[in-house]
Design a protein around this ligand. Structure first.
Ligand code: CA
Length: 220
């Protein structure tokens, strides 16, 4: 007997999806197309996308950040959950991936909610701060280059309103964070951020074994 999270074998995972997944045809198509992508493992799991949509609605979010778009599945789920006048600033550097994302946002009629900035995310975040948008965002999802995770965390914290939420993906990093023999730069950056957030008095937080590790952080 263990109190830790249940292990999801293939059968149980299939059950979870069949018992809970609400996915539109456009979302299912995008997921299918992304499965063929050479970096398909960067694809967010559909139940995680659905969970983000739920969080965004719980927050009553109108303004969100998406740091790391890839082919846009999670942004699509979040944008669908935003009110009609909601706005997302989405950051990514890869034009080809963003072209896929944009075409599916258009098919789902949410493209007007998404302000896509194809540039280094740090530049976009600094620009938002410079133009006076600090303290105005409700939600930020961080899922881009791991070497900048700490920067994305700090900038998100600045851009969020009190009570706003940051979600950070890959914080269990395929299990590597727990292996002391793994000492590469990206793994160490993720470890450092996890420890920093645990001790950060500016926030309340929870690290969940969802997907590849989902760190949820609420700004006080
Ligand atoms: Ca990820």
């Amino acid at each position: 007997m263990s109190n830790r999270s249940i292990e999801l074998d293939d059968r149980l995972y299939s059950y979870l999806l069949s018992a809970s997944l609400r996915e539109t045809a456009v979302q299912a198509d995008l997921r299918q197309v992304t499965r063929e992508h050479r970096q398909a493992r960067m694809q967010v799991s559909p139940e995680q996308g659905q969970f983000m949509a739920l969080l965004v609605q719980l927050l009553g979010a109108r303004k969100t950040l998406e740091i790391g778009v890839f082919t846009g599945y999670r942004a699509l789920a979040v944008a669908m959950a935003l009110p009609e006048d909601g706005r997302m600033v989405a950051c990514d550097v890869n034009e080809d991936d963003c072209a896929i994302a944009r075409s599916y946002w258009e098919k789902a009629n949410v493209a007007h909610k998404i302000d896509l900035r194809i540039a280094p995310a740090l530049d976009t975040l600094n620009e938002l701060i410079a133009t006076g948008e600090s303290g105005t965002f409700d939600f930020s999802f961080i899922d881009a280059d791991k070497s900048n995770y700490d920067n994305y965390y700090e900038k998100s914290l600045q851009l969020l309103r009190p009570g706003g939420l940051i979600a950070v993906d890959n914080t269990l990093w395929y299990g590597r964070v727990a292996d002391p023999d793994v000492q590469d730069k990206r793994t160490n950056r993720i470890r450092a951020l996890n420890e920093k957030v645990r001790d950060d008095e500016r926030v309340t937080m929870s690290l969940l074994p969802v997907g590849d590790g989902l760190l949820l952080v609420r700004k006080r």
